[in-house]
Design a protein around this ligand. Structure first.
Ligand SMILES: Nc1ncnc2c1ncn2[C@@H]1O[C@H](COP(=O)(O)OP(=O)(O)OP(=O)(O)O)[C@@H](O)[C@H]1O
Ligand SMILES: [Mg+2]
Length: 335
């Protein structure tokens, strides 16, 4: 079991209030991702759950038991960091099994668990190698192996893939997701990466300035952002936000349209008229940054190749069913 509940969790460092009342319900076996801008409190919240920091207020329940006074080693959680300090003089086998040996498990039992974890992580051929004889992705898998053998109630990951190159990140992203589903162990995963958040999470927590802005499934956040912050944060390229007369016509202070929900017409009439400032041709997608006079620069996305270039005149028609409306306070208006 690994159900984690936060109730009004607060954290201050000296006079500085960092986590401003976090309430969260993480279901057993689910994969929850924390996202938010640098400095918003993602690592702090993870460290509070792990017990590496003491809360300044509120409760953290693991399987219904308040653990705020329980030391980290007794909480039954395993943490995997961005910088996975492996012991350089120990083999992969030694690194994965280190914690078990310390916990007093027999040699046979330690070996059995280490070998099972290595098999799961495709590390069997490397068990007798030293960390310096491994690739970055293999080293990261050893760090994950060390977390798995402890059979925790939950894994806590803090940007575990951010030191890897782009291709390896994608591969590890898929492996971690698959592994978590296979083990059925609750996971909390901090990342800066939009794609990781959208693809790995059952639910995403969007943090901003120490507050939870929204908690929901990736598609809930994409389709029904609760406020302007979430609207601007989830989705890449960002949602276009338009204020003024155009928004008022829709009964809102601000309207938002995602780049993929703008229909692009060459020399078209109607919609928002503008001139392409920059056209990006990725093959799979075409991104247009269009100067729409008083509305500023709008981003439009076409799936596939569109033969349009800087200087071309286009009209952008928002899909009426995909317009997001926000009030003057930045909160979503639901019709
Ligand atoms: N030990 C500490 N003492 C004082 N302030 C701290 C301490 N740890 C973190 N902070 C502050 O708390 C805020 C949140 O930091 P945290 O590391 O949780 O951010 P983060 O969301 O993980 O950011 P990043 O994406 O850059 O890793 C920051 O303003 C940081 O400076
Ligand atoms: Mg951090």
């Amino acid at each position: 079991m690994g159900q984690i509940t936060l109730q009004d969790v607060q954290k201050s460092f000296g006079p500085v209030h960092i986590i401003k009342g976090a309430d969260l319900e993480i279901a057993d076996g689910s994969f929850v991702v924390f996202v938010g801008p640098s400095g918003c409190g993602k690592t702090t919240l993870l460290r509070l759950i792990a017990g590496l920091e003491d809360v300044s207020g509120g409760k953290i329940l693991i399987d219904g038991k308040n653990v705020v006074d329980t030391p980290p080693a007794k909480r039954g959680l395993s943490m995997v960091f961005q910088s996975y300090a492996l012991y350089p003089h120990m083999s992969v086998r030694g690194n994965i099994g280190f914690g078990l040996k310390m916990a007093g498990l027999s040699k046979d039992e330690t070996n059995r668990k280490v070998e099972a974890a290595a098999a799961t992580l495709n590390l069997t051929p490397y068990l007798d190698r030293k960390p310096r004889e491994l690739s970055g992705g293999q080293r990261q898998r050893v760090a994950i192996g060390r977390a798995i053998v402890r059979e925790p109630k939950a894994f806590l990951f803090d940007e575990p893939l951010s030191n890897l190159d782009a291709a390896l990140r994608v591969q590890m992203r898929i492996e971690v997701t698959r592994l978590q589903k296979q083990l059925g162990t609750t996971a909390i995963y901090v990342t800066h990466d939009q794609v990781e958040a959208m693809t790995m999470a059952d639910k995403i927590v969007v943090l901003n300035g120490g507050k939870i802005e929204q908690y929901g499934s990736p598609l809930e956040l994409y389709e029904r952002p609760a406020n302007l912050f979430v609207a601007g944060f989830i989705g890449s390229p960002k949602m276009n936000l338009v204020t003024g007369e155009n928004a008022l016509q829709h009964g809102a202070a601000t309207i938002g349209v995602r780049p993929e929900h703008l229909k692009i017409e060459r020399d078209g009439a109607g919609g928002w008229q503008g001139t392409i400032a920059v056209a990006e041709h990725l093959g799979s997608d075409t991104f247009l940054y269009v100067d729409v006079g008083p509305l500023g620069m709008l981003t439009a996305r076409y799936i596939g190749e569109l033969s349009l270039h800087a200087g071309d005149h286009v009209s952008l028609q928002p899909d009426p069913a995909r317009i997001h409306r926000f009030d003057a306070g930045g909160n979503a208006l639901r019709s």
